[in-house]
Ligand binder design. Sequence first.
Ligand SMILES: NC(=O)c1ccc[n+]([C@@H]2O[C@H](COP(=O)([O-])OP(=O)(O)OC[C@H]3O[C@@H](n4cnc5c(N)ncnc54)[C@H](O)[C@@H]3O)[C@@H](O)[C@H]2O)c1
Length: 323
Amino acid sequence: MKIAIIGEMHPDGWETLKKNDYKPYEITNFSKDNLKKELQDTDGIILRTAANLTSDVLKDCNNIKIIARHGVGYDNVDLEFLNKNKIALGITGTSNAVSVAEQVLTSFLFLTKNVNLSDQLTRRGDFKQKSSLPDFFELYKKNVVIFGFGRIGKEVAKRCLGFDTNVYVHDPFVNKSDIEKFNYKPIDKIEGIKFADYITIHLPLNEDTKNFIGAAEFSIMKNTAIIVNSARGGIVNEQALFDVLKSKKILGAALDVFEKEPPEKDNPLFDLPNILLSPHNAALTLECRKRMAIESAENIINFLNNKEKLNRDNIVNRKIFNF
Ligand SMILES: NC(=O)c1ccc[n+]([C@@H]2O[C@H](COP(=O)([O-])OP(=O)(O)OC[C@H]3O[C@@H](n4cnc5c(N)ncnc54)[C@H](O)[C@@H]3O)[C@@H](O)[C@H]2O)c1
């Protein structure tokens, strides 16, 4: 069977497909016309974030049975179309939570420890001027508020306990007892925003979570607050974020994801010193790229040929297949 790889994939994923007699091929031109042409007779697709699989592209895929996201977010796939046409949607649910969680802790520490400024000062030979650096801070005993207690939120929470922080969780879809049993405290959205020294977002992007943090939410944050969004662009409103960082109403922010990806070169956030930016690569450690490549290939193989071995939690729309 033919499997299209949309975007680059680690060789271990290719190997997994080939040794199971699948024929993987890579698509590098993501224009709608090219996707339509190259996907016409494919049986499965492994999809990174670079292309959008709209109903217009998918309606010409005559053999398609499964789309396996190389990752967990699927806002670049038309799920309604997949459901209507009984096409499965896979995600790599066990692969990337740890790497994103490590990136969140990296961002917290980077933004409070003057890492860049200390390094520059030392290289300049200004060692004795260390007291000229801005204050820096600890995580110890601070309030970390985690929005979304799913795969990534849980891994972040675990690591925050290791730093002796107070961990608060806002996720109305999770039982309070499932939060409390780990010594985290459930918290209401507004209380959490007021109370937080560190905020980290681990929500899906949908109609309810778009602009989840906007001007109103920023206006009630502590002026020492740090916010990290490694979930999806648009959950934190970029204009409102720019305004509070520019006027120093909060201490700092980190964004791995943007409202428009890639962002425009003249995105005003790029000129601010109190934000740490990265190109949607929180999950892309070498270890994680390997895990995602293998897990997305296995989702396809097991869905098509070996349902007993399939990790059913990895199939988003499993209900339409009655499992
Ligand atoms: N930056 C990256 O490279 C990267 C990598 C992986 C995942 N992500 C993104 O991170 C986000 C989280 O991924 P995950 O695997 O933890 O997802 P998940 O589905 O395991 O967890 C999401 C959690 O959010 C909760 N939630 C949903 N709506 C909510 C709301 N309105 N208020 C509060 N909680 C709500 C759900 O109950 C769930 O527990 C997703 O947006 C995903 O696309 C980004």
